[in-house]
Ligand binder design. Structure first.
Ligand SMILES: Cc1ncc(COP(=O)(O)O)c(C=O)c1O
Length: 300
């Protein structure tokens, strides 16, 4: 992707910039996103997040439409109904949806999405703030579906988590069309300390990418094998894509109680309603994986 970058301090800012770029380059104002996704904490990014945010903040952006799960081949028709009028600036989604328990959309849905975006002149924004830089076993999760987004948002692991930084990467076509129309300035955007951290991190990735991604694939299998054998106290959907791991339980109370027991025993799990998430460091050792899973198993 030939590209232009805009400078930011983190995930919320890069998504905000992406939304502005999409509006400026298409001359349209609507957005479509996945219901209950998370893209940040500003009014703009919350407008493309969960609809329930509107209950407390009724004046979020107008013209933000949502597509509900399941994200399968049938959902492609629901997307088309929203894009058909050619007034949608961008469709934004994570390729693997972290806060929904590392949810993996159907490949037919993702490829259909790209096709429809091209047909109706809607930009495809892939938010790789959480999935970028190896999390899913590929350098970028977009690769899992063979997608070529118009805009990609990056933060978190761009510095290996050592400093706040983000980058909005757009194709040359989008950048040209928006030139002079988006004026983003952020005091700490690409602060020299953050840039040093990012350069060191990217140099490490460049030198060790093959090895690192091989480790991610192996540890991912360790997680998958053990999790699939565990006897959970509620029916559960287990999703493992690289080291983006989610457990969505039928019984939300069980999920909460399990996370509480694990925490007391020394294992912190991400929890959101009925869903637990495990996003360990990509450099986690096999031994630590098993130590953590032993705790989980004892707490079932
Ligand atoms: C996919 C995604 N986009 C955007 C954000 C917002 O990033 P930040 O917390 O750095 O503002 C997050 C944060 O968790 C995220 O996971």
């Amino acid at each position: 992707m030939s590209s232009e970058e805009l400078q930011a301090t983190g995930g919320t800012e890069v998504v905000e910039i992406a939304l502005q770029l999409a509006m400026a380059s298409t001359g349209r104002s609507k957005f479509v996103s996945i219901e209950d996704g998370h893209h940040g904490n500003s009014l703009g990014t919350m407008s493309v997040g969960a609809s329930e945010y509107r209950e407390g903040l009724p004046n979020l952006l107008r013209g933000c439409l949502k597509v509900k799960r399941p994200l399968d081949a049938n959902a492609v028709d629901r997307v088309e109904r929203r894009l058909r009028k050619r007034d949608v600036a961008a469709f934004i989604t994570e390729p693997i949806i972290g806060n929904l328990g590392a949810l993996v959309p159907d490949a037919l849905f993702m490829r259909g999405l790209q096709r429809l975006c091209r047909r109706y002149g809607t930009l495809l924004i892939l938010d790789e703030v959480a999935t970028g830089f190896g999390r899913t076993g590929r350098l970028f999760a977009s690769e899992l579906f063979g997608l070529a987004p118009d805009i990609m948002t990056l933060a978190k692991a761009i510095t290996g988590g050592h400093a706040g930084m983000g980058a909005t990467v757009a194709t040359e076509r989008v950048a040209r069309a928006a030139e002079g129309k988006v004026n983003v300035y952020s005091t700490y955007g690409w602060h020299p300390l953050s840039v040093e951290a990012a350069l060191a991190n990217l140099a490490y990735l460049r030198a060790h990418q093959t090895h690192l991604l091989k480790d991610v694939a192996e540890r991912s299998e360790d997680f998958r094998c053990r999790l699939l054998q565990m006897d959970f106290g509620s029916p559960v959907d287990i999703r493992v894509t690289g080291l983006a791991i989610g457990l969505e339980f039928e019984d939300g109370a069980y999920a909460g109680a399990l996370a509480g027991r694990c925490r007391k025993a020394g294992l912190i799990l991400g929890i959101d309603d009925d869903t637990l998430t495990l996003f360990p460091a990509l450099t986690i050792s096999r031994r630590t994986v098993h130590e953590g899973l032993d705790i989980l198993e004892r707490c079932l």
